[in-house]
Design a protein around this ligand. Structure first.
Ligand SMILES: Nc1nc2c(ncn2[C@@H]2O[C@H](COP(=O)(O)OP(=O)(O)OP(=O)(O)O)[C@@H](O)[C@H]2O)c(=O)[nH]1
Ligand SMILES: [Mg+2]
Length: 431
């Protein structure tokens, strides 16, 4: 499954994964979280030697787990040759320092790990810039821990003013870099916006969902192309947009970055622009891995993240359960009962795709609007699309114009308006 990373030339970092459970997080849930953390660790190129859970009302403010547990961790780590401890929750700078001092191990938290993965997977200029920005923002409050490391890296570059500490210099360097990156992102954003404007008359559909749900696979199945899809978390970091036809409608389908529980806040912020595709979509297809254990949790994380990003307003949302080839039919029946409006598919095997397209068509056609519009008579004759798609309710001549009242599907109205803008003679017959 992870053969590229398990290449024998590369010595994998040996890790322990550490979490807590208690009244707020039941043990079974905490175990599931650590399974996910293990998957993240694999994706980052690490190997999980053991998973350690402690029962606590809440994490210890100075050492996360209790001090006894910490000593035990230290002993276990040295027994098993483990150099890295990865914690399932974000750690404060104090916690990181204390744990490192006590155990002499390298300490990483969930956000740090996710940021690492994003950094290694980012390919385009936009994704790279976004990730670097997120990393620096994550680093800034943690400088107490990182400053020695940073001063080693940037030692020669900074101009350390008199009386300044190294941390202040680093902080200044980082602030400056953050400002540069933000400027760069704004520029990239403007470019993207111009591209988007050019396509604004199309119906737009976005695939959203938890990481590894099968969004890219579905994109490939629908559009008959090859977007990278693999059994790793965060295979996709950039949105890909493809033009395709769904039940005779020409649509733009976009594949986006997957969400995850406890997505680092800095990442959400910097990936907001990547999610513009989602923000501007007419329909969201929420892809869910039906073979996962805690489906409701996953759905909730995605719903919450979408809400955080304020992208769900005025959008239609279709729940798509994927990977039904990998589950017991009884589970499908149960899911159907709980989610009667959902569609069930296997993106990989091409099962249920016809039904999915039908549902999408229903959503597209669901809301017809009634519109009154004045069109020069010459144009009226020319636009075949109008005659085919609109249901004309009233027609009145006003001078050389025709005033029309008609009902039409919202996306068709968009299309019609852009056709009318681009036609200027009675002779042009535009489809
Ligand atoms: N059994 C089964 N596996 C599937 C199906 N669809 C996708 N997968 C597998 O699930 C894994 C993840 O698929 P992707 O399409 O990369 O998932 P994604 O949602 O794009 O993931 P990220 O880009 O990482 O967020 C891959 O190993 C796919 O082969 C399916 O219908 N059935
Ligand atoms: Mg993907």
């Amino acid at each position: 499954m992870f053969e590229e990373i398990q290449n024998s030339d590369i010595v994998q970092e040996r890790t322990f994964l550490v979490g807590v459970y208690g009244p707020q997080t039941p043990r079974i849930q905490a175990e599931e979280y650590l399974d996910e953390l293990q998957m993240l660790t694999h994706t980052a190129g690490g190997i999980t030697i053991d998973k350690i859970l402690q029962n606590r009302t809440h994490p210890d403010p100075s050492t996360y787990v209790g001090s006894g547990k910490l000593r035990e961790l230290k002993r276990m780590a040295s027994d098993k040759n483990v150099e890295t401890l990865i914690f399932d929750d974000d750690l404060s700078p104090t916690q990181i320092r204390n744990i490192e001092e006590e155990t002499k191990a390298k300490v990483l938290d969930r956000s740090g790990l996710i940021l690492d993965i994003f950094a290694s997977r980012a390919k385009t200029a936009a994704a790279k810039t976004q990730v670097e920005l997120a990393q620096l923002q994550y680093l800034l409050p943690r400088l107490t821990r990182f400053w020695t490391h940073l001063s080693r890296q940037q030692g020669g570059i900074g101009t350390r003013g008199p009386g300044e500490t190294q941390i202040e210099t680093d902080r200044r360097l980082i602030d400056k870099r953050i400002a540069t990156l933000k400027e760069k992102l704004e520029k990239l954003d403007r470019q993207r916006q111009t591209q988007r404007k050019r396509r604004s008359d199309n119906i737009r559909i976005s695939l959203v969902g938890y990481t590894n749900a099968g969004k890219s696979t579905l994109m490939n199945t629908i559009t008959n192309t090859e977007v990278l899809a693999e059994d790793r978390l965060f295979a996709t970091l950039d949105s890909t947009v493809r033009r395709c036809e769904i039940s005779e409608y020409e649509v733009l389908l976009s594949d986006t970055v997957g969400f995850i529980r406890k997505l680092p806040h800095d990442l959400i912020e910097s990936f907001k622009s990547t999610l513009d595709e989602v923000r501007e979509a007419d329909i969201l297809l929420h892809v869910v891995d039906a073979s996962a254990r805690m489906i409701d949790d996953y759905i909730e994380v995605v719903d919450d993240t979408l809400k955080d990003m304020e992208v769900t307003d005025d959008k239609k949302l279709l729940l798509v359960f994927n990977k039904i080839d990998a589950i017991d039919p009884r589970k499908i029946t149960e899911l159907r009962r709980v989610y009667p409006d959902a569609v069930f598919i296997s993106a990989e095997r091409g099962i249920g795709i016809g039904k999915l397209e039908e549902q999408i068509q229903n959503l597209i056609e669901e809301d017809f609007v009634t519109e009154t519009m004045r069109i020069p008579a010459a144009k009226y004759e020319g636009v075949a699309f109008l005659h085919r798609e609109a249901n004309i309710l009233e027609k009145k001549y006003v001078g050389s114009d025709i005033e029309l009242t008609f009902s039409i599907a919202k996306p068709d109205l968009k299309r019609l308006k852009s056709l009318l803008d681009n036609i200027d003679t009675a002779e042009s017959v535009i489809e």
